[in-house]
Design a protein around this ligand. Structure first.
Ligand SMILES: *Cc1c(COP(=O)(O)O)cnc(C)c1O
Length: 373
């Protein structure tokens, strides 16, 4: 069986986890959360990382920190995991979906700009998603956001280790800037589950810690000074995450090598469109997603998915379902959606785990070629 995205242990995972058990520090005590937060901040070149129990929780808190609430609109790309849209709803705001561009599948900056020109009133934040480990065009994005005075909260959940020109994704452009990460099991670095809020502002960092730890003001008397959230990360989660992030560089290298090998193996196959890297991008290929043109290839992406699974025991997945098509978000504003449905129809993500062996990858490439013949 070859799985789409399994986690992979490369370093100190067992040692750090054993330390949690030997010291009996398995919960919200112990040294690993702080060590992990430091390592995450360093990897993303920011001053503070505040660990949370999920990436979704990190997005929720980031929206609160940015002062987003009822009546505000938040612009999101139409193609993403559903978490950022849910987080927007958690604070009572309204998501607006903008189409993605056809080359790198990131939020379409021209359409974003057009949307704001015509409908900018009420838009309080833009939440770009660095889809599949490829950065959005941050120069253009921050130019647009600056022109309209709109906050940017970067959902960098899929792009830890990626770079925009030379800057790590997650490194922030504005003093009050915010970005979020996820350490879910399928991400490049995992805590089992987890997330982080990134900021350079000491006050925002302090408030993020306060809100994620039940807004406790007096630990001896169980005093809480506002409605907080129990979004804490445990020592166990952080121990696993620390060991994983210590090997981030080699994880990215492995995934980029896998991407290159897919390109070498598949670029001649008619009817396939392979992922590209923009000139500003250093992608981690968190997912490696290919478009299947059913006329030229002879089979649709979903047919290929089913054949790979049933005949070859290879797991693949279609792209995130466009948000404007998801039942909870069907009534929302969706701007010039033209590209997203085609990508959803034609794309398939191939296995590209850090632990995927060269032999297994060759088996995936051969299976796709055999289907085509
Ligand atoms: C994984 C992911 C998240 C966070 O997911 P959690 O499972 O809550 O950690 C958020 N946004 C995107 C785009 C993601 O891929």
């Amino acid at each position: 069986m070859i799985f789409l995205a399994s986690s992979c242990m490369l370093g100190n995972e067992a040692r750090y986890l054993a330390e949690c058990i030997e010291t009996n520090m398995v919960s919200y005590n112990g040294p690993f959360v702080e060590r992990f937060e430091k390592a995450v901040a360093q990897a993303c070149d920011v001053r503070f990382a505040i660990a949370t129990n999920t990436g979704t929780a990190a997005l929720h808190i980031a929206l609160i920190l940015a002062g987003i609430g009822p009546g505000d609109k938040v612009v999101l790309p139409d193609i993403t995991f559903i978490a950022p849209a849910n987080a927007v709803r958690y604070v009572g705001a309204e998501p607006v979906f903008v189409d993605v561009e056809p080359d790198y599948w990131q939020m379409d900056m021209e359409k974003l700009s057009d949307y704001l020109k015509a409908n900018g009133r009420g838009v309080k934040a833009i939440m770009p998603v660095h889809l599949h480990g490829h950065p959005v065009d941050l120069d253009i994005l921050y130019g647009i956001a600056g022109r309209y005075g709109i906050t940017v909260i970067e959902d960098a959940a899929e792009a830890l280790g990626a770079r925009y020109v030379h800057a790590p994704v997650g490194s922030l452009r504005t003093p009050q800037g915010l970005a979020c990460l996820s350490f879910n099991g399928n991400k490049i670095v995992t805590c089992g589950g987890g997330g982080a809020i990134l900021t350079n502002d000491p006050d925002l960092a302090k408030r993020a810690k306060h809100l994620t730890t039940t807004a406790k003001s007096d630990p001896l008397e169980y005093g809480h000074d506002e409605v907080g959230y129990n979004y804490r990360m445990t020592n166990i989660q952080a121990a696993l995450g620390l060991a994983q992030i210590e090997t981030l560089e080699s994880r990215v290298q492995v995934k980029r090598t896998r991407a290159l090998r897919y390109w070498e193996g598949l670029f001649r196959v008619p009817g396939l469109t392979l992922p590209k890297q923009a000139r500003w991008a250093y992608s981690t290929y968190w997912m490696y997603s290919v478009l299947f043109d059913p006329l030229l290839f002879g089979k649709s992406a979903r047919e290929v998915r089913d054949i790979l699974w049933h005949d070859h025991e290879i797991e693949t997945r279609t792209l995130w379902c466009p948000l404007h098509m998801q039942p909870p978000y069907r009534g929302c504003e969706a701007y010039k959606i033209e590209v997203a449905p085609r990508l959803y129809e034609q794309s398939l993500s191939l296995p590209v785990s850090v632990g995927l062996t060269q032999e297994d990858q060759a088996r995936v490439i051969e299976a796709i070629k055999r289907i085509e013949r």
